[in-house]
Design a protein around this ligand. Sequence first.
Ligand code: ZN
Length: 469
Amino acid sequence: MRAGYVFAWEDDPGVPHSSANAPVARPKPKLSHSSMAIKLNEQEPNRWHDRQYALRYWSAMDAIHRTISWVDDALPTPIGWNEHIGAELEVDLNAGIEFNAKYIRETRGIFFYRGTVGKQTIYSAESPDIVAHEVGHAVLDSLNPRLWQVADPQGAAFHEAFGDVSAMFSAIRIPEFCASVIYETEGDLKKSSRLSRMGEQLAWGVRVSRPSRVDQECLRNLANEFYYIDPMSLPPRAPASQLCAEEHSFSRVFSAAILDALAEIFSVHTVEDLQSAAKSLAKVLVTAAITTPLSTRYFADLAAHMLAADLAIYGQAHGSALRAAFGNRGILSRTEASELTPEVLADGSEEIGKVLKSKPIDKPELKTMSLSGGRYGLLGDFCVSVPSDLPRFVSASPPESHDEERPQRAAKFFVDSLFSQGKVNVSKDLLTDATAAYRHVETSTHEITDANGREYELRRIEFECPGST
Ligand SMILES: [Zn+2]
């Protein structure tokens, strides 16, 4: 190995014992100069460590470095982590036994786990897809902290989509990876490829105990056929082959539209063209993620904000690609897409202009509502944050429907879904014998506590992979 280089995976180790992917030589990542600093719990590999330790360590470091690099390129000035995290994001590459990876605000970090199938131990930290996804959650929590708490299926699903898109942008930083994807897809990025498939190795591990929780070849494939439908009309859980309102499942509609947009923008079929298409799309996506209000039309309004950001930054250079991508996935209706003229999109130019000049923007507090604990067999009521903003560019209700209570309905639907999936850890003061089912949840993404000492509220604890124990 040349001095200054290390071996790392580009995107994912792939299914165990397949030789599809191989580690490559990468420049030794330097993480010390970034405004997004990390605190690592492990030692830099030395000659006493085995090869797998070194590969895991450097694959994770390289993935973190590439993720922070794409984010830095997408913003006018570097930003730090969410204020709850502080100056350094903790990174634990070996946090325990579970087929999973998590971003947890309270413990200020990203946590990667390991699981064993037969004699094969899988470390989620060894997959750059998973690492870039988790860093993506931390980045989005800095860009738009209000998404953390909102009880809305689309807001939560966007967090997951952003993680997968982060993995995609992070892999595109490697020119050799781009070349292999262009070869594999013959230039048509809408085809399933290493770029579109997320977390092949971890999916292999999850599949043993939860075969219908993951896609056939990976955790999620962004080259898919899912079409937008109001998530409130979907079931809270379904096998991975179908769309449901659960955040990882529903995220696939938005992340697929981003892959479609990338495929449309990428026209010359060179490595440089792919990297430049990804950079433009990243800038537009990040600007929209900061500025889009949290409404129950979040996906549609986010798509419209991407059009507005593209108008402000690139003079609509990618307008037709974005319209085709969001229109063909049903995220924007045909009528909405045609009504979003440059005059209408200019309406958001003030906030977008502030983002481009790195100026802060004010956001109102989200409204809260009280939900009846009795509905879930609990002894007391609790509060949830409602997606109460009005959308900026699209109507507050989907076309041809009118529902003034839609934000409240979305919040209630979201909480019902969480309970259906066993994802809520309920404070024991609220439990009776009748609610024993809630005493043992598999992994809880949310909790109901009286943390502020006044009233019970639903709080998010973490974003996780759709893992299994
Ligand atoms: Zn996630």
